[in-house]
Design a protein around this ligand. Sequence first.
Ligand SMILES: C[S@@+](CC[C@H](N)C(=O)[O-])C[C@H]1O[C@@H](n2cnc3c(N)ncnc32)[C@H](O)[C@@H]1O
Length: 240
Amino acid sequence: MTQRFLDALLDEASGTFRPAGRFAYHYARGKLSSDCIFRELLRRGIFPAEGRFLDLGCGQGSLFAWLLAARRLADRGEWPADWAPAPRPLALRGVELMQKDVDRAARAFGRDHPLVRIEQGDMNAVDFGQAEVITILDALHYFDHTLQRDVVRRIRNALTPGGLFLTRVGDASAGLPYHICNAVDRAVTFVRGHRLPRLYCRPLADWKTLIFEEGFSVETMDMNEGKPFANVMLVCRVPG
Ligand SMILES: C[S@@+](CC[C@H](N)C(=O)[O-])C[C@H]1O[C@@H](n2cnc3c(N)ncnc32)[C@H](O)[C@@H]1O
């Protein structure tokens, strides 16, 4: 059941990107199938039952396609009994620096989608509004430590009581796996059209301290499934 369900979920989510072209489709399919966070966030019920989502550095919107696909499968009664219930997104707003990703998202979701709005912008400048869930997956290390704190503080202010901030960060104290991660990140970023980026990572303990100091409780989730990576998912909650 689980493998058939996962295949159906992957088909449904990556199918969103067919109108956006081959690259968008295969990128989404590769990412959603190879990165276990997408599956684990749903299986473990990390998201609230419903809410407004804001994804900062959202790329072409793979997370949103995944959440919408999950909702559709759940509504059709095709949801595994041993998984947490699928969340019901009330709004899905993404902010992405690269116009190419935003254009792909527009072709995938359509410009008049009732829930999805993906805009070109810099998370260091845009107004976050209000949300129940804010995510930054693999993007917080692209700017310096002062800006990182500022973003985390603005996220805390934008979240409603009980809100969730989910972020995946590189652990600079992890030794070789950390250096492998950084090399992969720099190569992928370069291939996607950015200049070779300078990365501003911290040891895991420093990430946790920063987020705690800004008013969150913080838990770590291991989501590498044996791969030699030093990326750690932080599940950060605003007191309810
Ligand atoms: C490693 S990619 C991850 C994309 C997406 N979160 C995903 O999981 O598919 C990081 C993304 O963050 C974006 N990004 C980097 N700095 C940003 C900023 N200051 N504001 C908005 N987006 C940013 C990059 O353009 C890139 O698309």
